[in-house]
Every structure is written in structure tokens, then in C-alpha cells.
Design a protein around this ligand. Sequence first.
Ligand SMILES: Cc1cc2nc3c(=O)[nH]c(=O)nc-3n(C[C@H](O)[C@H](O)[C@H](O)COP(=O)(O)O)c2cc1C
Length: 302
Amino acid sequence: MRVLVTWGSKHGGTEGIARILGDALERHGFDVEVTSVGKVSRLDTFDAVIVGGALYANRWPSNVRWFVGRHLSRLRQVPVWFFSSGPLDDSAEHQDIPATRQVGVLAERVGARGHITFGGRLERDAKGFPASAMAKEHSGDWRNPEHIRAWADRLAIELPHAAPGTPVPHRAAALPRLLAHGVLGWAVGAVILAVLSPLIGITAARIVHTLAVPFIFSAVGWHYFRVRGAREPLPTAVVWTALVALLDLVIVAGLVQRDVAMFSSILAVWLPLVLVFLTTWAVGEMMAMMPETVRAAKQVKA
Ligand SMILES: Cc1cc2nc3c(=O)[nH]c(=O)nc-3n(C[C@H](O)[C@H](O)[C@H](O)COP(=O)(O)O)c2cc1C
């Protein structure tokens, strides 16, 4: 039975966990390949896959998320397990730390059979901000080989009989929902312009509109991203920006003004588009960083 153990990381600690897992599974007689997500080109030669990611602000690095997205259909055909490496203390040894929201959603999308969180490692001389700042107080190696081998032993029992898990569909990621939120954001902006232009003039109305864009798309983004399983912030920002540009072109320039001159104005078109993109991306990223409990509390209050 061929098993792939693959990982995505920023500072190398997760590789150590993947290698301990790989060695332990090999000792159980499995044919194991241990390699980083960036080096995996195809999955069809593996009968099971174990995917690991380092946690940064409750999220896996983007290369692991892209790996899962790119190989989604194959990952759904084989048994898959996830592991996260993170806590810079011994908490992972004493309790089951559930997958963070983002990792949990990925696991559901794949139909992963299980997830475990292992302790992490942060070297005292970690490079780059914010790791170097964090290392001043939280450096240490909390990867416990015994804990990791114990999980490998459990997998070794399950692996020979394991079937692929059942993916959970996420209605929050549906295309109509994505497009409807983008159209709503554009429509609120269009109403502001249409109402204010006759009252205060087109230039002043455009200034107010541009200032309002971050607020509009913060609210729209919050409404979109708060539901579990919504799409990733970056593609969402790209789609909404393109949608707003298209609606400006077709409805405002094409049907209302019958002139594309507005596209030569930074204030009328380009600055609002940049703000749509940045606001959507930032709101999505910030919401993904929030721990599940904080979000749940916010949702209950809302
Ligand atoms: C900036 C930063 C943010 C982190 N955020 C989290 C986190 O949200 N949850 C967690 O459990 N660990 C967190 N950690 C700890 C890392 O997940 C841990 O150091 C991990 O072992 C890093 O793996 P890597 O060396 O493979 O990149 C964070 C570390 C840094 C430097």
C-alpha cells in the first residue's frame, strides 16, 4: 500500500513531524513517500494521503490550501488524514485540539477521515516578521515524537481497511451566493452615486462613493465570509472586483452614459476597484484568522 505524507510549512518544523510519521508507517510495512506539497505533481500512484500544515493565525500556509484545491478530486477517491502543527506549548499532548475553522472546512471538502494537532516548533533565531518577534517569548520545540508515533500506530491499524471519507458539501461556496454578494456591493455604491449626483454634483458624489466603498465591502464581505465554507478571500476579491468592473462597463458606461469616458477617471473607476479588492481580501483574511469560538460568539450576538 503506497502512502503519501506531504506537508506545507514556513519554517521547516512541520517537515520533522511528516518525517517521523513516514518512518513510523514504513516500519509498519507501508511503502511511504514523504515530500512537501510543492513537489507533488500527481496523486494517482498513492492509495492513501496524509496532509499536514503549519498553523499561522489559525490558517494553513497557502501552498497547502492550493495543494488540496488542485488535487481535490483525487483526494476524494482515497482515504485522507490531516494533521496541523502549531501550539508552542504542551497543550496538544493533553487534549485533542480540534482543526481550526479553515482546516476543518478543507477536511470536510475532502472528506478527510481524521485530523490531529501536534505541538509546533519555533526557533529562537526565526527569521522574518512576525516570527522573529514571537520567538522572543515563545520559542521552543513542542513536537513530541512519541505523540506523533502513537498517531502513526493508530493509522497503521486503520489504513489497510480504510475507505475514502464522505465530503461535506458547502452551500456557502455556491457561485450564485458569491455573485449575489458582489452585485449587492456594487448596487449599494450605484445607489449612493445615483442619489447624491443630482444633490451635490458628480465629482463630490464620486468622492463620497469612493470613501463609502471600504464600508460597503466590509459589510458585504463580513456577511459573505461569516458562513462556514465560504470561498477563500483572494479568489473572492478577484471575482468581486471583476464583477464590479463588468457592471460599471455594461450598466453605467454602456446603458446609462453610453460612453466609456468614465474609465479614464481614477476617482470614478480605478480607485473604487482597488478598494473593492483590498477591502474584500482584508476582511476575508481577518475573519479567517479569528478562532472559531470568537466567530461563533459574534454570530450568536449578531
Ligand atoms: C506568526 C506566527 C503565528 C502562529 N500562529 C499560530 C496559531 O494560530 N496556532 C498555533 O497553534 N500555532 C501558531 N504558531 C506556531 C506555529 O504553528 C509553529 O511554530 C509551527 O511549528 C510552525 O511550523 P513550520 O516551522 O513548519 O512553519 C504561529 C507561529 C508564528 C510564528
